[in-house]
Design a protein around this ligand. Structure first.
Ligand code: BMP
Length: 212
């Protein structure tokens, strides 16, 4: 299943209770374009949770931030795909061989630069190089909504590759800021699932992003 730009919201499904996670997804599914499943849910429920989420009809992004030697990284990616992932998020800083080996078994998003403050220390200085390398192998990159200027700069490097961007709301990034800077989708977790009314928030965010 392909990511298609409608609401421009990707839900970061970082809940740890499988039943709660599935219920939340069902409630907000009409307001999101994709579901990102990461370690909190996968470690609690197994990769198989992705198969259960697939019935909702949205692309599943396995956020495993794969970072190992090529042989092991590609095995991890293959396992994720076999478990229902449409895309797998991998790290880029490991080098071309890792990204290439993963791209042979999965459609990948490569983390170019992360959204937390510490990312400026070691990642940001290499992000352009990572993004340029990723162009040959990836469907897209991950770039920080907390620093929209970096999205503008990385967009110039990756051309028409997808940019998915976390850091909205809970981490301080403004809703819509990443998209205005050139991202394709904003990844939102706590801003939706930790809210008292996740459905209202998901609707509100998708309406706002759709109309940008
Ligand atoms: P939240 O909206 O609750 O801050 O969640 C952000 C999500 O995006 C989390 O799943 C986190 O693992 C992920 N993420 C991030 O926050 N920054 C990055 O640079 C890369 C990520 O995958």
């Amino acid at each position: 299943m392909n990511l298609e730009k409608r609401s421009r919201v990707i839900l970061a499904l970082d809940l740890e209770e499988k039943a709660e996670a599935l219920a939340l997804c069902e409630q907000v599914v009409e307001h999101i374009d994709g579901i990102k499943v990461g370690y909190p849910l996968v470690l609690a429920s197994g990769l198989e949770v992705m198969e259960e989420l697939r019935v909702l009809g949205k692309p599943i992004i396995a956020d495993l931030k794969v970072a190992d030697i090529p042989e092991i990284s590609s095995r991890i990616c293959r396992r994720a795909v076999e478990s229902g992932a449409d895309y797998v998020i991998i790290h880029g800083f490991l080098g071309r061989d890792v990204v290439e080996s993963c791209s042979k078994v999965a459609r990948v998003f490569v983390v170019a630069e992360m959204s937390h403050p510490g990312a400026v220390e070691f990642m940001a200085p290499k992000a352009e190089k990572i993004a340029a390398m990723a162009k040959a192998y990836a469907q897209g990159i991950v770039a920080p909504a907390t620093r929209p200027q970096r999205i503008r700069e990385l967009r110039k490097v990756v051309g028409n590759l997808l940019i998915i961007s976390p850091g909205v709301k809970a981490q301080g990034g403004a809703l819509g800021g990443a998209i205005k800077a050139g991202a394709d989708f904003e990844i939102i977790g706590r801003g939706i699932y930790a809210d008292e009314d996740p459905v209202a928030r998901a609707r509100e965010f998708s309406e706002a992003l759709r109309n940008l």
